[in-house]
Design a protein around this ligand. Structure first.
Ligand SMILES: NCc1[nH]cc(CCC(=O)O)c1CC(=O)O
Length: 330
């Protein structure tokens, strides 16, 4: 007689209910099926507060956890085993019942310019005076205001497909929008990207963790941790942890204009560049630092060092001013 090992229950993968979130969760499920084909996997896509409320501007939500709280409750209660997040939507400090188990290989971290269909512009510098950039991200608008003071800005909310539809509507005010390149590429919309933006091209730095996924588990769930270890990418992990350490030290939420870029030079040296910009773009501090990074502690230390340099250059005054002038929730 053949002994059958006790079968594990299906691993329950939770995510938000946007097309992008589901595509991401399916990608993780497919990778897990290759690594551990004996196990079965289920995806549960949940509508979160951030998905339901499309009207409140992002900076009015205050806490960054609008995408994560409801999923974490299900994780802690055992209804889910892992949550697949966009890393940039994850608060830098998690509830102490949960932990960040793994960061898989990062996709393109850059922002992308998408121009309204039918308009001839192909880069930020082509945009005429008064052109309207659709974005609800103060990180994006503050950096653009600094470099292109003649542009105008309007909020835009909704998932990737909704934003593109709003852009292309001939009656909408938008000339262009800025979205994450990774988000567009994952849902098959790479062809809509007119320009990839970065410090050397267009001049704007991306968000902390942009282009990476974060896999969150119940604290102490070693079985799921060991499974997810096999999806982790050490270079992506260390770079993203350095970025998150910078953000945590500056105490910025998703709505604080901190732009960042990390780049591996030689095999173990990480270069980090970061900028903090006032909402109107009139003030900014920027710096670059480089260090050997071979461990989580060294990544964290590099992020802290970057934050210390920005604070020394005046970042605190800019951030304090932003918090005072932030529109209230009511
Ligand atoms: N702001 C919301 C958000 N969070 C993660 C992504 C896309 C995926 C990623 O960049 O990791 C997006 C959309 C966007 O910024 O265009």
């Amino acid at each position: 007689m053949v002994e059958t090992s006790p079968t594990l229950p299906p691993l329950r993968i939770g995510t938000r209910r946007s097309n992008l979130a589901v595509v991401q969760a399916e990608g993780i499920r497919d990778s897990l099926e290759k690594i551990a084909p004996e196990r079965s996997y289920e995806i549960e896509a949940l509508r979160t507060l951030g998905d339901r409320d499309q009207l409140t501007a992002l900076y009015d939500f205050g806490a960054k956890s609008l995408w994560t709280t409801e999923l974490e409750e299900k994780l802690v209660s055992g209804e889910l085993d892992v949550i697949v997040h966009c890393l940039k939507d994850m608060p830098t400090t998690l509830p102490d019942t949960c932990e960040l188990a793994a960061i898989p290989p990062r996709d393109n971290p850059r922002d992308a310019l998408i121009v309204k269909s039918g308009l001839p512009y192909t880069s930020l510098k082509d945009l005429p005076e008064g052109a309207v950039v659709g974005t609800s991200s103060v990180r994006r608008s503050a950096q653009l205001r600094r470099l292109y003071p003649y542009l105008r800005f309007a909020n835009i909310r909704g998932n990737v497909e909704t934003r593109l539809a709003k852009l292309d509507n001939p009656d909408s005010e938008y000339t262009c929008i800025i979205m994450s390149a990774a988000g567009l590429e994952r849902v098959g919309l790479k062809y809509r990207i007119n320009q990839y933006l970065r410090s050397k091209d267009g001049g704007i730095l991306h968000a902390v963790g942009q282009g990476a996924l974060g896999l969150e588990i119940r604290k102490g769930d070693t079985q799921t941790q060991e499974l997810l270890d096999q999806l982790a990418d050490s270079k992506s992990t260390l770079a993203c942890l350095a970025e998150r350490s910078l953000m945590r030290t500056l105490e910025g939420g998703c709505s604080v204009p901190i732009g960042v870029e990390t780049e591996w030079i030689r095999s173990d040296d990480l270069k980090i560049t970061a900028i903090v910009v006032s909402l109107d773009g009139s003030e900014s501090v920027e710096d670059t630092v480089e260090a050997r990074v071979q461990s989580v502690d060294e990544a964290t230390a590099l992020g802290k060092e970057m934050a210390a340099r920005l604070i020394k250059a005046g970042a605190e005054a800019i951030l304090k001013d932003i918090n005072i002038n932030r529109p209230s929730k009511d």
